[in-house]
Design a protein around this ligand. Structure first.
Ligand SMILES: NC(=O)c1ccc[n+]([C@@H]2O[C@H](COP(=O)([O-])OP(=O)(O)OC[C@H]3O[C@@H](n4cnc5c(N)ncnc54)[C@H](OP(=O)(O)O)[C@@H]3O)[C@@H](O)[C@H]2O)c1
Length: 259
């Protein structure tokens, strides 16, 4: 599904790799403007070159979102340089799988996850949301996970940070809809990207290009959430019997610890 972005400004975090990069590379077109944010400048420059080659414009922002002040400053800078976005694809994130026992030795697993997946992205999104609400139009699309509202043994740092992010996005959706700002949560299942490479192990997954298709669907249809068809039932069963369902999920989840 393609989308017409001519004349529109799209902010993409996590644009250097995986889903964010696949989305920009699939949707770059004449007169489309992008703000590309991630930490690795060299990769962002490659993506920007693709945007330029297709007749668009790109502002590259090498920023570590775990630095709240830098995240906020990057949003303010992009507003000053290129203006209020039409679409913000808040997609950057990291994945740390670690058991509770292993987290005792590595409590930074939680702070790193929350910084990259929730507090940093929120600090970055807030000035952009304020500008879109003031204008009376805009669209925030947030990358979440099927696991954000489920219990996944062995994945405490990742799932808890995504749960906070997912809940915050739901709050934004309700509060800002009257201002003309739509919010879409993308509850991705396993997607074959550098992030998931350590846990793919032959399991069924979407491609990054298919995941990018969810982003274009979100832009066209502006739904509150895009998720696999099985997720609502899983969430109802989990709410009814959380311990039994999370044990079952645990049997299907890779619980290896990561650095
Ligand atoms: N892959 C999956 O199976 C899966 C499933 C569900 C949800 N998701 C979500 O989808 C989103 C994209 O993930 P992906 O699979 O495309 O992974 P990826 O290929 O590893 O891409 C992650 C992106 O986030 C950026 N990033 C990470 N930490 C950052 C930080 N502190 N500051 C700024 N940018 C940062 C990375 O760029 P730099 O390293 O250059 O900073 C990269 O561009 C994530 O939010 C992830 O949680 C993925």
């Amino acid at each position: 599904m393609s989308v017409d972005l001519a004349g529109r400004l799209v902010v993409v975090t996590g644009a250097s790799s995986g889903i964010g990069r696949a989305f920009v590379e699939a949707s770059a077109q004449p007169d489309a403007r992008f703000v590309l944010l991630a930490r690795r400048r060299g990769l962002l420059d490659e993506v920007a070159a693709t945007v330029h080659a297709r007749g668009g414009e790109a502002l590259v922002q090498p920023v570590d979102l775990r630095d709240i002040d830098a995240a906020h400053a990057a949003a303010i800078a992009s507003l000053e340089i290129v203006g209020t976005p039409d679409i913000v694809f808040a997609n950057a994130g990291i994945s740390i799988a670690r058991s509770v026992a292993a987290t005792i030795e590595r409590p930074d697993s939680i702070t790193r996850s929350v910084g990259a997946n929730f507090t940093g992205p929120a600090a970055h999104a807030l000035p952009l949301l304020a500008a879109m609400a003031e204008r009376g139009s805009g669209h925030l699309i947030g990358s979440s996970t099927t696991n954000a509202r489920l219990t996944i043994p062995g994945w405490g740092p990742y799932v808890s940070s995504k749960a906070g992010w997912d809940a915050w996005l739901r709050t934004v959706a309700v509060e800002l809809a009257p201002s003309g700002v739509a919010t879409t949560i993308l509850a991705f299942p396993l997607v074959a990207t550098p992030m998931s490479a350590p846990t793919l192990a032959g399991r069924r997954s979407m491609s990054a290009e298919e995941a990018a298709g969810w982003v274009t669907r979100a832009i066209r249809l502006r739904p509150t959430r895009i998720a696999p068809p099985w997720l609502p039932l899983a969430e109802v069963l989990h709410a009814a019997a959380p311990t039994a369902v999370s044990r079952m999920i645990g049997r299907f989840s890779m619980r290896r610890s990561q650095p």
